[in-house]
Design a binder for this molecule. Structure first.
Ligand code: AG3
Length: 283
């Protein structure tokens, strides 16, 4: 068995994750990054950018559900949503499940990623590219967003790690732009890495958000193919409602939301309970 049969992410200098590959589907240097799509032996198709796992078919729903639903279910009537990044379409797919949503601006920097995912990851986007509510914009999010004022009910940032080219999406100027582009009770959510290996990054994102928003909360989910599996998300706004599981159940029912793989109202509530080693990062 040769090493070529594996895709390996160097999660840290000393910890690597290797997924056995049955077939390489695409290896391409785009204008922005190195794109890999492959069929793994155990976890379905894999999307990687710059050597980092973005998703596998086996666990992408864990991530996309937890990035989207805590935010959209916190809003009474989300209509206008902006997604920054998320070229595979999984985030947009989950947003479109909310019947009140009228328009999704999907802002992705790399057209090559969009084209590859549209063709090779149909189980992830499930038609999101062709939904009439979706407006696709090819642009860097940090350049596109600043022209909006009090426009969006939610902004969801589905970027790569908060290091390297995606860093501007985790810095105060971009968060300021998000705040201005959100309606008064609008909500921002984003992924911010693993509190186990990426402590400095999680702390940096937390501090940057706190500088800009009245209320910021961190919550956790499990994504087996991401570093350590324990993944942090942040939710921020001027006003974050306190909903209990009964409220969330009611909203899910009203919106016809069933058949989640990871999300549930109980998981939603529990995901905000932070272990001491994570709380320490936020001091
Ligand atoms: N967005 C965040 C992936 C970060 C994973 N990091 C890593 N493997 N080091 C993924 C895009 C999915 N829509």
């Amino acid at each position: 068995m040769s090493e070529d049969d594996f895709f390996t992410e160097k999660q840290t200098d000393g910890v690597h994750l290797s997924l056995k590959v049955r077939r390489w589907l695409l290896r391409q240097k785009t204008q922005y990054q190195e794109l890999v799509l492959a069929e793994t032996t155990e976890l379905g198709r894999l999307l990687a950018l710059d050597g980092k796992v973005m998703l596998t078919e086996a666990d992408e729903a864990f991530y996309h559900e937890m990035l989207v639903h805590p935010t959209l279910l916190s809003l009474d009537n989300p209509q206008l949503v902006a997604v920054i990044g998320g070229g595979d379409g999984g985030t947009v797919r989950e947003i479109l499940r909310h019947p009140s949503v009228q328009r999704v601006f999907w802002v992705e920097i790399d057209e090559a990623v969009l084209n590859a995912c549209k063709e090779l990851l149909p189980s992830v986007h499930r038609g999101a590219f062709d939904d009439p509510r979706v407006e696709l914009v090819i642009a860097p999010g940090e350049e596109w967003l600043p022209k909006f004022r009090e426009t969006f009910d939610a902004i969801i940032v589905d970027g790569t790690d908060p290091i390297g080219p995606a860093l501007p999406l985790f810095e105060p100027p971009f968060f300021q732009a998000c705040r201005q582009a959100l309606k008064r009770d609008g909500i921002l959510s984003l992924q911010c890495g693993t509190p186990f290996y990426f402590r400095d990054e999680v702390r940096m994102v937390w501090r940057n958000l706190k500088q800009v928003f009245e209320q910021v909360k961190l919550y956790l989910g499990f994504v087996p193919t991401y570093p350590s599996g324990l993944w942090a998300y942040a939710i921020a706004g001027n006003f974050l409602p306190n909903l209990d599981a009964a409220d969330l159940h009611r909203r899910c029912q009203q919106r016809g939301l069933t058949n989640f793989r990871y999300y549930s109202p109980e998981v939603h509530i529990a995901s905000f309970a932070l272990p001491p080693f994570v709380q320490e990062l936020l001091q």
